[in-house]
Design a protein around this ligand. Structure first.
Ligand code: SF4
Ligand code: SF4
Length: 74
C-alpha cells in the first residue's frame, strides 16, 4: 500500500486531450469529471481531478487515455 507521500495523481495535457471522457468513465474511484476550461483551443471540456484525497493512484486513467494526455505525478 502506498502512502500519500508516494501516491501519484493524474496531470492532464489540455493540448492533446480530445474530451472523450474515457478517463472519467474508467476511474474506479469516481474522482474525475469533465469541466469547461480555457486552453489554446479556446473554451472546451477537460478532465479534472475532483478529489485528490480519494484518487488511489491506480494508473487506470493514464492507461485508458487514447491520446496520451495523462501523466501521473506526485
Ligand atoms: S489514478 Fe485511478 S483513482 Fe486516480 S484518477 Fe486515475 S483512474 Fe481515478
Ligand atoms: S481519456 Fe485522455 S483524451 Fe479522453 S478526456 Fe481523458 S485525458 Fe482527455
Amino acid at each position: 500500500m502506498k502512502t500519500d507521500r508516494e501516491k501519484t495523481t493524474p496531470r492532464f495535457n489540455k493540448e492533446n486531450c480530445i474530451a472523450c471522457a474515457m478517463c472519467v468513465d474508467i476511474c474506479p474511484s469516481g474522482v474525475l469529471e469533465l469541466q469547461i476550461a480555457n486552453s489554446i483551443h479556446g473554451f472546451r471540456r477537460f478532465p479534472r481531478l475532483t478529489d485528490a484525497e480519494n484518487c488511489t493512484g491506480c494508473f487506470s486513467c493514464e492507461k485508458e487515455c487514447p491520446t496520451g494526455s495523462i501523466t501521473m505525478a506526485a
